[in-house]
Design a binder for this molecule. Structure first.
Ligand SMILES: *[C@@H]1O[C@H](CO)[C@@H](O)[C@H](O)[C@H]1NC(C)=O
Ligand SMILES: *[C@@H]1O[C@H](CO)[C@@H](O)[C@H](O)[C@H]1NC(C)=O
Ligand SMILES: *[C@@H]1O[C@H](CO)[C@@H](O)[C@H](O)[C@H]1NC(C)=O
Ligand SMILES: *[C@@H]1O[C@H](CO)[C@@H](O)[C@H](O)[C@H]1NC(C)=O
Ligand SMILES: *[C@@H]1O[C@H](CO)[C@@H](O)[C@H](O)[C@H]1NC(C)=O
Ligand SMILES: *[C@@H]1O[C@H](CO)[C@@H](O)[C@H](O)[C@H]1NC(C)=O
Ligand SMILES: *[C@@H]1O[C@H](CO)[C@@H](O)[C@H](O)[C@H]1NC(C)=O
Ligand SMILES: *[C@@H]1O[C@H](CO)[C@@H](O)[C@H](O)[C@H]1NC(C)=O
Ligand SMILES: *[C@@H]1O[C@H](CO)[C@@H](O)[C@H](O)[C@H]1NC(C)=O
Ligand SMILES: *[C@@H]1O[C@H](CO)[C@@H](O)[C@H](O)[C@H]1NC(C)=O
Ligand SMILES: *[C@@H]1O[C@H](CO)[C@@H](O)[C@H](O)[C@H]1NC(C)=O
Length: 464
């Protein structure tokens, strides 16, 4: 035990790269911006920022509808469970009840005006987050019924010939599956848990297994789209819709994959899924450009345009893997992924937060660079969601403290005796007044490759 913690300390020093948790994650500016967004009328949902920095909004059937209420559920969790002693205020100084906002902005998801088929289609998995968030608060018949309807609809998109749920409805000859849909599988997992019906779980593992076989390349990178034959289940085509080329790696798709496989490991404890998530995470981290944040596609010619949303999704996924490594008593792995996440978050703040004046929390996102005209250089609602979620994960892992300096309730640093995770190499200089830019030391850091990091850790171990 003692030996293990000195290994972490030495390994931490040997990288000399671990950045500090950026205080901007917990800054008052976060709460002010979100309460300003919440003050918009809940009849049009923010998705990305227009060129003047204001939100461009869409109706409640848009695939991104759930991200704003999910952000509010996450802040409710932060300020009722993790940090109950801190209550951030809105722009006008009044306290904010994030749960009220979450429910206001998710109302149409609980009573949709359109059918699931007409509204979210394959993105129903994202919509189901609000029902899952309600169920995490306690028994709730409305939320349970909503979640089961959503799962039933997703199950209706499953083909036993292909072994996957269908993404786009392109026509009778095509059965397209996008890497993003790894994020849908939690809906099936939750439905199996609630109903005890194992078919939902089988569908989820089948989709994950097919995706692993056909969509993830040897080097851990991914295809955005696979087109299967609906009649034989064979792969007819592999390529991209939103990426740079048919053989490239679209960075947001890669990030969804890292997250989706880590979640499937958490649900099933099948180590194959964790290994896949680790491989995809290594690809993401090892291929970050010098600026330290992903461009919209890992193969796009440089200079290009950043996608902070991909890096935010990946940061959260890296923190999830870190917690999963801890659950396997793999403190070396846990430390590697949390260091990589904190470094990535520091770079995101440096590039997309400190000089950003738009309505979103983070700028420099790319919505779709293959749109006509390309939609880049924006704030994006799902990037913002993961900015909040990553903050919650850092609090839970004990890698950041609440703004009053106390460890989050239930975090690794609140429960004494744990040596995994929270080493002294990362600390959150988070007081509401410290909104200074991160030290230049933290700028443009690249996380070390896993192989290099582990070999340094091993060398330090041999030296002891
Ligand atoms: C302050 O703002 C919140 C939302 O941001 C709003 O609900 C509240 O009514 C406002 N209070 C005052 C006194 O303006
Ligand atoms: C910002 O641009 C959007 C989209 O072009 C427009 O609808 C909106 O009115 C503009 N807002 C302001 C404050 O100028
Ligand atoms: C159940 O969830 C719905 C939708 O958010 C909410 O309006 C309702 O208050 C919740 N009920 C309980 C008992 O928490
Ligand atoms: C389990 O779920 C599947 C998929 O929705 C459904 O076809 C089947 O009827 C369900 N089984 C039971 C016993 O409810
Ligand atoms: C998916 O693969 C795992 C092994 O990694 C296996 O246990 C599981 O049964 C497979 N699921 C299906 C539906 O084939
Ligand atoms: C991908 O391949 C399809 C046909 O196979 C082609 O129409 C499309 O333009 C290609 N996409 C890119 C980005 O090159
Ligand atoms: C991981 O699984 C546990 C146990 O089912 C669950 O409580 C937790 O919410 C899951 N974590 C995530 C990030 O889904
Ligand atoms: C610990 O984590 C690293 C990084 O994911 C991995 O390469 C290694 O195999 C893990 N070790 C164990 C014992 O699981
Ligand atoms: C980030 O966006 C700003 C404009 O909002 C732009 O000036 C800057 O060049 C972008 N940064 C990078 C690294 O692309
Ligand atoms: C970003 O979008 C603009 C406007 O649509 C476009 O002109 C530019 O080529 C895009 N940048 C890159 C690197 O693709
Ligand atoms: C959080 O606070 C505890 C107790 O004051 C302290 O031991 C720990 O180092 C702090 N953690 C971070 C990440 O700052």
């Amino acid at each position: 035990m003692l030996v293990r913690s000195s290994l972490i300390a030495v390994a931490g020093l040997s990288t000399a790269l671990a950045a500090a948790v950026p205080s901007q994650l917990f800054d008052q500016a976060v709460y002010s911006k979100l309460s300003a967004t919440a003050a918009l009328s809940a009849t049009a949902w923010p998705e990305y920022t227009a060129s003047n920095g204001s939100w461009a909004t869409f109706d409640d059937s848009d695939w991104t509808t759930a991200f704003l209420p999910s952000t509010f559920y996450a802040l409710n969790h932060r300020h009722t469970v993790l940090c109950p002693a801190t209550t951030p205020s809105s722009t006008n100084g009044s306290d904010v009840d994030w749960l009220v906002l979450a429910r206001t902005w998710s109302a149409p998801i609980f009573s949709p005006s359109l059918s699931l088929e007409e509204a979210w289609v394959h993105d129903v998995g994202f919509s189901s987050w609000v029902a899952s968030a309600e169920l995490a608060l306690g028994a709730n018949e409305t939320a349970q019924a909503t979640l089961m309807q959503e799962a039933e609809y997703l199950a209706s998109r499953f083909s036993s010939i292909v072994g996957c749920t269908r993404s786009w409805d392109r026509g009778d000859g095509d059965f397209e599956v996008i890497i993003d849909n790894m994020m849908n599988l939690q809906l099936l997992v939750h439905a199996a848990e609630i109903s005890g019906n194992g078919t939902y779980l089988e569908m989820a593992t089948s989709h994950a297994n097919k995706t692993l076989t056909n969509q993830i390349r040897e080097d851990g990178s991914s295809f955005h789209v696979i087109d299967y034959s609906p009649t034989t289940g064979d792969v007819q085509w592999s390529g991209t819709a939103q990426g740079y080329s048919n053989s490239s790696t679209w960075s947001r798709g890669q990030a969804w994959g890292v997250n989706g496989f880590a979640l499937m490991y958490n649900a099933t404890k099948d180590i194959t899924y964790l290994d896949t998530s680790r491989r995809m995470a290594s690809y993401f981290v090892d291929h970050l450009p010098d600026v330290g944040v992903s461009y919209w596609d890992f193969d796009a010619p440089l200079p290009s345009t950043l996608d902070t949303s991909a890096s935010l999704i990946a940061s959260s996924a890296l923190l999830l893997i870190s917690s999963l490594e801890s659950s396997l008593s793999n403190s070396t792995g846990a430390q590697f992924y949390s260091d990589a996440a904190v470094t990535l978050l520091s770079n995101i703040v440096e590039q997309g937060v400190t000089e950003w004046e738009g309505a979103s929390l983070v700028g420099n996102g790319t919505v779709n660079n293959r749109a006509d005209p390309p939609n880049n250089n924006t704030g994006i609602i799902y990037g913002d969601y993961y900015f909040i979620e990553a903050g919650n994960q850092l609090l839970s892992l004990g890698l950041a403290n609440c703004t009053d300096g106390s460890p989050a309730v239930g975090s690794s640093s609140a429960s004494s005796g744990s040596s995994s995770g929270g080493s002294s190499t990362v600390s959150c200089a988070s007081s509401p007044s410290s909104s200074s830019t991160p030290s230049s030391r933290a700028s443009h850091l690249r996380p070390p490759s896993l192989a290099r990091w582990l070999s340094n850790a091993r060398r330090s171990w041999m030296d002891l």
